[in-house]
Each structure stands twice: as structure tokens, then as C-alpha cells.
Ligand binder design. Structure first.
Ligand SMILES: Nc1ncnc2c1ncn2[C@@H]1O[C@H](COP(=O)(O)OP(=O)(O)OP(=O)(O)O)[C@@H](O)[C@H]1O
Length: 697
């Protein structure tokens, strides 16, 4: 990118951040608005102002805020300098001098400045202490202990700033509860992110220390605190108690409960099905030597499907879904049969409802989410002061929930006395309705609800797009106002930008818009590989690089799907006690990328019902008997995996069920696939049958 373009891009983001920084007065903001970008020179951006007042106001009063915003916008430490240009003369940016050398840049800027600038007390003070190049300086972070702001805040930049030399993102400029000699988490993350990427790309970062569990390297060889913990073994949605209307209790099944002649789910063994390419029914296959081989593989070996297929490019409606993260296994093992894997353990904090395992340490930042990651970190370090409200939006499975939880966890790590509350919109709604419902018997119901949501320092509301109902909306509006007026931090996550939220009153949308909105986008290849590597490492899986690469190449749009693909290939290898090779991974994944035709929910329900010898109505009906509930959960999982339908849509199709019920089904089946051979077989066989049916239409 050209230096001028880079400057424009960085300043545009930094400006956006500064203008949404609630701690800045309107006067400061109008000064910010008057600034224009000139050029970038390495880690310095030269900005232009048309009057001295603007320049001085920024340099003397809000340089730290500007530096912080630049750091977030650029994704690296930046210094800045502002030179004056006459408002009616061509700006210094028209100067054609090549300024690749930062010293030249300073000279250009210096000339411009000398033409226009009036000496100020601050510049005079600098001249006293910095005799060389007295009129120009880059502005660096204000360091604690600075005694003379005019002198200490501004320093000469005679050579490019080297971020390795101790000027990492300095959040000490902002209130902190535990400022100390140790690098901040934000600092560590910046390093770990950069190094994680370097590692993913096979490059060497300078000043490497000892590797930590994630393969990332911390400054001075430190490990990132908590990197050994399971990052996402559980999810708020795993806490089934939060969803009273979900199917969970009656659909829980036990591997030992199958009646004689039935498999563990109460199904009679299916007869050999010639239509399945000679493949045995699921219960039988589970008991046979070599079980776990899918029909596709049998067919493949038998030549039933012709030559080995190339893996076509994945398509949106046919992607992987793997809600239960493989890394969940790291959180604690519940040994299951011959599997060296575990059932994810819930790690939701009872009071805050935070998933304690979703932290910044376990979040891999890349180009697609670096801005959101940096802003989230800044908010966690200074809640209520910077970007309030903060809205994080983006497609499914891209880390919004993770970031929300990371903000809460990090803020509490910094200041354990903070009150934090995480909730998704459905929990908020349910709790509110419950408070209303019981208000006749419990006069404190609504008061308690309000206390829970209004007497907090940080409120994190996930999936705001699902907020529904006039009363609930009103309640949320008042909650929002109460918190905002008290300068309490609000963070919301949504699948679309606030302005595109459907069914929301304008007054609520405009409140969301009054803060900062940042998006998360699908990760690029390097980031996907880095995520997979981290997930494999934290869950103790040994996955060769070529398998990680294969998965990352095939699954592009959704980190949850990445996890799902990793789960599948690892489950396949574990169940069959085979080494996890690229060939095995290709075989395992090809079933999921082999069809380009649209699969409908009707196909899925019909095939699943036939497969389990049930009826269509059984699957969309209300019966909670064990075998029907289990088949329904599998069908929901297949619908989520093989179509682009949302959780809400799938819930609707399956008899008007709630989206959390679908989500729970998906997580449960995904998790069980790694532990129960028969569940893995059901899913893989059904995948083939559904696609085969589809291709014969
Ligand atoms: N950058 C990342 N680094 C590490 N893990 C990630 C990253 N992004 C997402 N994940 C993981 O992917 C999974 C899905 O992420 P998450 O639930 O936060 O997505 P989401 O955007 O909230 O999705 P949805 O909109 O469907 O709720 C989680 O296990 C999360 O930990």
C-alpha cells in the first residue's frame, strides 16, 4: 500500500475510534475532525492541521488517546507528528519529494512546519531538551513518571521507531488497577499475535523466548498466562439450565441404556442395506472390526463411486459444523470407551455467566479480526471510558461470543471487584419474562432482574438480533440507558451491523450507533491454520501440518466449522486407531464437500426418519421418547451442517422449536461424535445418504 494510502486508511480508523471515544470532549473531537493524514513513514504517521490551536490541542491534551487509537487502527505501535499547512495553500502532501526515508520525511515535514508554525511553550521546552531537529517530533506514549508533559510526551523521532525496543501498546496511559512491571495482557497479546502469525507462516520473530503451549512466544520468554487452559470447552449455550424450553432433559441418553437387541439409543440394529453400497446398518457397523469406516469409504474402496474424487471447493450451504470444540477435551477428561478424548466440561461462571475459558489468550488475531480484537482489549482494560457501547458484529462462528467473554474475563482479571454480566438476548428475555410472571407472588422479581442487569460495570449482551417482544425491548432500552448514563460499559454482539438490525426501534439502533461498531470477518488462510494449530495443541491432539493445512484450505468461512472439521478427522483417526494422515483426513472430509446441489431440510428430515425407521412427523413432532429425540437431534445437526439455514429457521422447521434447542442439539451431537462410534457412524452415513438422494433427484 502506498504510504499515503496507508496513512489515509490508518487515520480513517483512528479517527473513527477517537470520535467514538466517550472520554473525549466535543472540543477535542472537533480538533480531531480537522486533522488530515499525510503519509506514513514506518511506524510514524504524519498528520496535517491547518491551525496551530488544533495541533497544540491534540499534542498537549490527547496525544495518548491518539496514540492508542493509531495503535489499534494500525495494529502496531505508531507515533505521530502534526505539521501545519496553510488552509489555502497546497498541502504538504503535494510535496513530491520521495520520503521513504523517515529522516527525509521529517525534513519535509519540518520544512512545512517551519514555514507555518509559531513557537509554543511546548516546542520551546522541547528545544531546550532536544536541541536537534527542534521543531519536529514524533509523539510516543506518555510514560508513567513523566514530569513535564510538554517535554516527556513528545520525543524526537530521528530514526524509525522499533517496536521491539520497549514501546509496546501502553495502556498505562489509562486507568489501571494493577499497573506493574509485567507487560500487560494487551501487550502480551500483541506480541503473541504477531509471533503466532510468524509461526504460522514459518517465519521467525525477533527476540523470541521460550515457546509456550500454544507455540506462541512471549516477550522475554514468558508464557501467556492461561494458555494451557481449555479455551472454549464450554459455551454459555452449553449451560442447559439457561434454556428451560429446550429438549435436553428427556433426550439425554446413556450408552448403557439400550435394551437388548437395541443399540445404546434404543434403536434396533438396521438390516444390511444394499442401497447403502453394501454397508451395514449403524448398530452392526459399530460392532464390526473396522467399524467407523463410512459408506463413502467402503464405496470408495469398492469402486462404487468411480475414481477417487478430488475435493471440490466448499460451498456455503454445505459446510462443516462442529460446535463442540476439540480443545474442550483439554479441560478435563471423562474417558469414554477406547477414546482418549473427553466430554467438554462446563466452565461457566455462576455469577457473571462468563465462559472462563474464552479469553484473549486463546483468541487468535489476524487481519480479519485484528481491529475488533484490539478494540475489545482496549475496552476490557478501560471499561466505560473508551468505546461505549461497543458493538461486535459478523457472521456465525467468527468469534463474537469469544470476544465478549474475553472482555469480561480480562476486565475481571485486571480488576476483580468489577461487576460483569454476560447474557445472550434470549437469557435476558427469559429472565425478564420470568420476573414478570412471578411478580404477583414475588414483588422483588423485577427489582432483582434490574439489579442483575443494571448494577453492573460491564454488560455483555450476545446475539442481540434475537431480542424480541415489545416489553423486552423496552426493558432493554431502559437497561441500556441506565448503564450508559452511569458510564458503565455495554458490549453487544450481533450478526449484522446495528443499523441493519431488524425489528429494533430507531431509538435503540441510534444508541448502538452512538458508540463504536467493529466487524469480524472470516479468517484468512494463515489465521485459520494458526487457529487450528492452537486448538489442536490445547486439546492435546497431534495433528500433522499437512492435515491442518488441508482443513484450513477446505473450511473457510467459520471458525466453528474449522473446529468441527478437526473434530471429525481426529475422531475418525481415534475411533479407528489409525494415524491421522492427510489421506485419512481427505477421505473423512470429502463426504462433506462433495455435493454442489442444494440440500433441503425436507431431504434431511425424510432421510433421517427413514434411516431410523421413524416418520417425518416423529421428527418434527413433540414426542420426547429417547430414540425419536436422538434422531431429531441428529437431523437438526445435519440441517445445520448441510444447509445455510439459521438456528432459528431450523427450529421453526422442526415444529417451531427454539433456536437454543437447535444449538444444543448441534453441540451435543458434535461432541458425541468424538466419543461414541455409533453417533459418528449415524452422521457420516446419513451424510452420504442425504447427498445420494439429492443427486438422484
Ligand atoms: N480468532 C479465534 N481464535 C480462536 N478461536 C476462535 C476464534 N474465532 C472463533 N473462535 C472459536 O470458534 C468458535 C465459535 O466462536 P463464537 O461462538 O465466538 O462465534 P460467534 O461469532 O459468536 O458465532 P455465532 O454468531 O454463531 O454465535 C468458538 O469455539 C471460538 O472459541
Amino acid at each position: 500500500m502506498a504510504d499515503t494510502d496507508e496513512a489515509a486508511a490508518i487515520w480513517s480508523r483512528a479517527k473513527e475510534l477517537l470520535l467514538s471515544n466517550n472520554s473525549l470532549s466535543e472540543r477535542y473531537k472537533s480538533c480531531i475532525s480537522e486533522i488530515t493524514p499525510f503519509r506514513c513513514f514506518d511506524n510514524m504517521i504524519v498528520l496535517e492541521a491547518t491551525n496551530e490551536f488544533t495541533r497544540l490541542t491534540i499534542e498537549n491534551n490527547i496525544s495518548n488517546e491518539v496514540i492508542q487509537a493509531l495503535k489499534i487502527a494500525a495494529g502496531k505501535d505508531m507515533t505521530f507528528l502534526i505539521h501545519l499547512v496553510s488552509s489555502n495553500s497546497p498541502a504538504a502532501s503535494t510535496n513530491s519529494t520521495s520520503a521513504d526515508d523517515p529522516n527525509d520525511a521529517i525534513a519535509i515535514a519540518s520544512q512545512a512546519h517551519q514555514r507555518n508554525a509559531v513557537p509554543t511553550p511546548a516546542t520551546m521546552a522541547r528545544q531546550t531538551t532536544q536541541p536537534q531537529n527542534p521543531t519536529f517530533r514524533g509523539v510516543q506514549n506518555q510514560r508513567p513518571g513523566a514530569q513535564h508533559p510538554g517535554v516527556q510526551r513528545h520525543q524526537h523521532r530521528e530514526k524509525p521507531h522499533n517496536p521491539q525496543q520497549g514501546t509496546l501498546f501502553d495502556l498505562d496511559a489509562f486507568p489501571r488497577s494493577n499497573a506493574g512491571a509485567q507487560p500487560t495482557n494487551a501487550q502480551q497479546n500483541f506480541q503473541s499475535t504477531a509471533q503466532g502469525f510468524a509461526a504460522a507462516q514459518g517465519t521467525q520473530m525477533p527476540q523470541q523466548g521460550a515457546n509456550n503451549a500454544n507455540g506462541t512466544t512471549m516477550p522475554g520468554g514468558q508464557n501467556v498466562p492461561g494458555t494451557q487452559t481449555n479455551p472454549y470447552g464450554t459455551n454459555p449455550y452449553d449451560d442447559y439450565s439457561a434454556y428451560p424450553d429446550a429438549d435436553m432433559p428427556s433426550t439425554t441418553y446413556d450408552a448403557n441404556q439400550g435394551a437388548p437387541g437395541q443399540d445404546s439409543h434404543g434403536f434396533a440394529p438396521l438390516p444390511t442395506n444394499p442401497a447403502n453400497g453394501g454397508y451395514e446398518g449403524p448398530a452392526q457397523s459399530a460392532q464390526q472390526p473396522g467399524a467407523g469406516v463410512t459408506p463413502a469409504q467402503v464405496a470408495y474402496r469398492n469402486g462404487a463411486q468411480g475414481n477417487p474424487r478430488q475435493m471440490p471447493a466448499p460451498r456455503r450451504g454445505n459446510q462443516m459444523m462442529g460446535p463442540a470444540s476439540p480443545a474442550a477435551y483439554a479441560s478435563g477428561y471423562q474417558q469414554h470407551g477406547d477414546m482418549q478424548m473427553s466430554t467438554p466440561r462446563m466452565n461457566r461462571d455462576e455469577e457473571t455467566h462468563l465462559n472462563k475459558l474464552a479469553t484473549f489468550d486463546t483468541f487468535v488475531a489476524g487481519d480479519s479480526n485484528r481491529f475488533a480484537h484490539a478494540v475489545a482489549l482496549a475496552v476490557a482494560e478501560t471499561p466505560g471510558k473508551l468505546y461505549n457501547p461497543l458493538c461486535i458484529y459478523g457472521g456465525p462462528g467468527l468469534g463474537k461470543t469469544h470476544l465478549l467473554n474475553a472482555i469480561g474475563n480480562e476486565a475481571l482479571r485486571e480488576n476483580p471487584s468489577l461487576k460483569v454480566r454476560y447474557a445472550n438476548s434470549e437469557e435476558f428475555t427469559n429472565e425478564f419474562i420470568e420476573a414478570l410472571r412471578t411478580s404477583s407472588t414475588d414483588p422483588n422479581g423485577v427489582t432483582n432482574f434490574n439489579r442483575r442487569y443494571r448494577e453492573v460495570d460491564i454488560l455483555l449482551i450476545d446475539d442481540i438480533q434475537f431480542l424480541r417482544g415489545e416489553e423486552t425491548m423496552r426493558q432493554f432500552f431502559h437497561t441500556f440507558n441506565a448503564l450508559h448514563q452511569a458510564n458503565k460499559q455495554i458490549v453487544i454482539a450481533s450478526d449484522v451491523a446495528p443499523k441493519n438490525l431488524k425489528g429494533f426501534e430507531q431509538r435503540l439502533i441510534s444508541r448502538f450507533d452512538s458508540g463504536l461498531s467493529v466487524d469480524v470477518r472470516p479468517p484468512d488462510l494463515e489465521t485459520r491454520i494458526a487457529i487450528l494449530r492452537m486448538k489442536a495443541q490445547t486439546s492435546g491432539m497431534e495433528v500433522p501440518n499437512d492435515v491442518l493445512n488441508l482443513i484450513a484450505e477446505q473450511v473457510t468461512d467459520n471458525v466453528r466449522e474449522l473446529e468441527g472439521a478437526l473434530t471429525r478427522v481426529h475422531a475418525m483417526a481415534s475411533l479407528n486407531k489409525q494415524p491421522l494422515t492427510r489421506a485419512l483426513a481427505e477421505q473423512t472430509l470429502q463426504d462433506f464437500f462433495s455435493s454442489d446441489v442444494e440440500i433441503t431440510p425436507t431431504d434431511i428430515i425424510t432421510t433421517t426418519a427413514q434411516y431410523f425407521q421413524l416418520t417425518f412427523d416423529d421428527l418434527v413432532g413433540t414426542s420426547r421418547t429417547k430414540n425419536i429425540a436422538m434422531a431429531r437431534q441428529i437431523a437438526m445437526y445435519m440441517a445445520r451442517e448441510m444447509t445455510s439455514l439459521s438456528l432459528v429457521d431450523i427450529g421453526e422447521i422442526f415444529g417451531g422449536r427454539d433456536h437454543s434447542t437447535v444449538m444444543h442439539a448441534c453441540r451435543k451431537i458434535s461432541s458425541e461424535m468424538s466419543e461414541k462410534r455409533e453417533v459418528y457412524n449415524y452422521v457420516t452415513e446419513l451424510t452420504v445418504l442425504i447427498k445420494r438422494k439429492d443427486s438422484t433427484k
